[in-house]
Write a protein that binds this ligand. Structure first.
Ligand code: UT7
Length: 323
């Protein structure tokens, strides 16, 4: 059977770093509160000329270079974002144009913080069905543009950035020993839609709107949902927590990451954490973390890597792959 194998990975961050100390002068908060409650120490904020599409393009070029491929080798672009440059066309098409690609297809996927897991799952299905051969899967966000900078309960949490992987179809045996995506599991439940949302949109206010979150409510559901969908991945493959080389979680809050790892019995030495440096970059957080851990030599060929995310909707999901 065909497996979708990660051939390259890349990332891009805005130039400007915003530290917790700087946040102290902007809203009624402290470095101590932010670090204790979230693990975040700084985040990157997009400046003039830096957008979801420009950051996504930079991450895509980085991933293509890592894969040793040219833009023309790609026949599918799936961009996970909740902060597109425009209501339409899709920012994926903008990125396709920036890369000079005129063939294949490009589209956006919107599943908020679970976006990258949804995008990987979608690209995997295209590749396994034979509809695409090589896909760029990108997570890119500029959440700073939809933050209310007077709301201390949200503005300290989020940051901007982009990450990308090149997925390529490769023949496998159909066993858990194969390289590539082994299993993927997606969930959503709209009864929670008002716990984390943006109060605007083209069809309602005609404006982009700002983020609102019942943080404690989201927190309450996070660990259970994350671990449920990871057990789905274990049940589908016969793989268990002891086999996992790297857990690469969505980076929302260090306490959620530690709680999930503890419940699964995965030691923190096997968990990639970037939330301290990036804050919560929504759909960009997993590929940013993957790029960092692959570049510094932690994630190696043959390693079993588990991706998971939970976020607005609620949406949640997992992808289990062999690097
Ligand atoms: O990525 C998508 C998914 N999103 C998440 O997973 C986020 C999930 N939620 C969280 O990470 C946490 O709930 C937060 C980090 C958002 C908040 O942490 P918490 O421990 O749940 O705090 P809380 O909301 O219960 O607030 C505790 C106190 C409140 O004061 P009172 O009511 O106890 O007097 C808040 O007003 O902390 C106050 N507070 C702050 N204080 C200083 C809220 N934000 C701040 C702040 N600085 N920035």
């Amino acid at each position: 059977m065909i497996r979708s194998v990660v051939r390259g990975v890349g990332s891009a961050l805005p130039r400007r770093v915003l530290t917790n100390q700087e946040m102290e002068s902007m809203v009624d908060t402290t470095d101590e509160w932010i670090v204790q409650r979230t693990g975040i120490r700084q985040r990157y904020i997009a400046g003039e000329g830096e957008t979801t599409a420009s950051l996504g393009e930079a991450a895509a070029r980085d991933a293509l270079a890592d894969a040793g491929l040219e833009p023309g080798d790609i026949d599918l672009i799936v961009l996970a974002t909740s902060t597109p440059d425009n209501t339409f066309p899709a920012s994926a098409v903008d990125i396709q144009n920036r890369l000079g690609i005129r063939h294949g297809a490009a589209f956006d996927i919107q599943a908020v913080c679970t976006g990258f897991v949804y995008a990987m799952t979608t690209a995997d299905l295209y590749i396994k069905s034979g509809m695409a051969r090589r896909a760029l899967v990108i997570g890119a966000e500029t959440f700073s543009r939809i933050l209310d900078w007077n709301d201390r309960t949200t503005c300290v949490l989020f940051g901007d950035g982009a990450g990308a992987v090149v997925l390529e179809g490769k023949e496998g045996q159909g066993t858990a020993g194969d390289q590539g995506i082994l299993t993927a599991h997606l969930r959503s439940d709209g009864t929670h839609k008002d716990k984390l949302y943006v109060d605007g949109g083209p069809s309602t206010t005609g404006k982009a709107g700002f983020i609102h979150m019942e943080g404690r409510e989201v927190f309450k559901h996070a660990v259970g949902m994350i671990t449920d969908v990871i057990y789905d991945a274990f049940n589908a493959t016969g793989i268990d927590a002891g086999d996992i080389d790297w857990l690469v979680p969505h980076q929302a809050n260090l306490r959620i990451i530690e709680g999930s790892a503890r419940k699964l019995g995965i030691p923190m030495e096997k968990v990639v954490v970037t939330v301290d440096k990036h804050g919560n970059t929504s759909a960009a957080s997993i590929p940013l973390a993957l790029a960092e851990a692959a570049r510094d030599g932690r994630i190696k060929r043959g390693d079993l890597v588990l991706l998971e995310a939970m976020g607005g909707g609620f949406t949640w999901g997992s992808v289990l792959l062999r690097w």
